[in-house]
Write a protein of this length. Structure first.
Length: 128
């Protein structure tokens, strides 16, 4: 059951649709997301990112706030090193993270301190 009351959100993640998530520079049709909370006034901005097998997300940073990732399952490759379920990463605003990828696919719980606009993301690719 999804509930939005008293300035809090309660969602059963299985009910949240998985949508294409076009991240700049990422493998087309390789990244999807369940958007659990996009309203920073109701707590941390929360998504479950699905990275398909073979997909990549370029090295990048966010200017607007800190971000944390918790690998739910699969293999999450962070800057060339593979991590399985239970791995946790966090970084402050303006800190480069990635590139991200997955060999066999993964799901990553992502928490952000600032609002994320899927149509105009705070996503800045690092030119290597």
């Amino acid at each position: 059951m999804d509930v939005n009351r008293d300035n809090k959100i309660i969602i059963e993640s299985e009910t949240a649709p998985t949508l294409p998530f076009p991240i700049p520079g990422a493998t087309p049709n390789g990244v999807f997301a369940q958007l659990l909370n996009l309203d920073a006034s109701k707590g941390l901005v929360t998504t479950i990112i699905h990275i398909k097998a073979g997909a990549t997300i370029p090295a990048h940073f966010h200017k607007e706030g800190a971000e944390a990732h918790y690998v739910l399952d699969g293999d999450f490759v962070e800057d060339g090193i593979s991590h399985g379920g239970g791995a946790f990463f966090t970084h402050a605003a303006n800190v480069v993270n990635g590139p991200h990828s997955s060999v066999n696919g993964c799901r990553v719980l992502t928490l952000q301190a600032a609002y994320v606009d899927p149509t105009n993301p705070d996503f800045h690719i690092v030119n290597e």
